[in-house]
Ligand binder design. Sequence first.
Ligand SMILES: [Zn+2]
Length: 330
Amino acid sequence: MSQHFLLSAKARTLSLASVLRMTDAEAEKTFRHIRWPAGKPVCPNCECPTVYECRRPNGSLRFRCKACRKDFSITSGTLFAHHKMDLQTYLGAIAIFVNEVKGKSALALSRDLGTQYKTAWVLAHKLREAMASELKGRMIGGFGKIAEIDGGYFGGYIKPANERRNRIDRRLVKHQNGKRQCVVVIRERDGKTLPAVFRSEGEALSFIRNRVAPGTEIMADESHAWNDLGARFTMKRINHQEAYSLAGACTNGAEEFFSRMRRAEIGHHHHVAGVYLIRYAQEASWREDHRRVDNGSQAKHIVSLALANRPSVDFCGYWQRSEKSANLPR
Ligand SMILES: [Zn+2]
């Protein structure tokens, strides 16, 4: 049997030790070269290429535009805008984040970086937002291609009562708390992955119709929720009570995605429900799609996605928002 990719030397092109050995100048150079061609800064406000290096009194890097006279930093106008930690810490965090192939818990990251839990949690979510930007507008399949679909439920756990006589049937809708959500994934066989979050599998049909290209053959399990897709796509169904794979029909690729996500939930995050569930699903799908890419390229890819993105939609200025909405329940 051939060697597993993660055991091979090809998988290891970046180590945390090498990031820690970097000087401030080297970290700056890395960011500059990823953000701008040949590392030459361009004003994010007016796109003027003539800028002066104009460091702050504390030595941190800042540029001033000749045309509009505005100041900007290496991360201005990007996902890492208004960064408080030094660039090396960001590179270290990204190295740690990509090396944990199932996901990295924010508490463990806070201990690694020596930051507060909230800082590590927000940073990890910004990295997820960078990963998610790659999934925007993604179409799956095409003529002659196969796409597997499946759904998995997350959140809304109800603890069983201590004594048997007090226990209820937790499967019944009337006993659920409404927090359970369904992650639906479309995964091209030997191709890319695309997740989304709904209340149930049945609500995902228009998402699947919009994101799966015509001519794709769809593989699904025996759930009745998928029946209506048969009108638009040729479908193969697999009844998991009989077999996991039969006559070429299987949803094992989609199940692999859920295996990764479930391990991230159980082993690292413990709680991936609520409004951020989609971010954890997008992270799992990015990791799934890049699982055979070496860690150095993965880290570089995440930095370039973060620097190509606008400031965070989820977290930019979130502390000001919470002050303005102080009368809302927190
Ligand atoms: Zn300018």
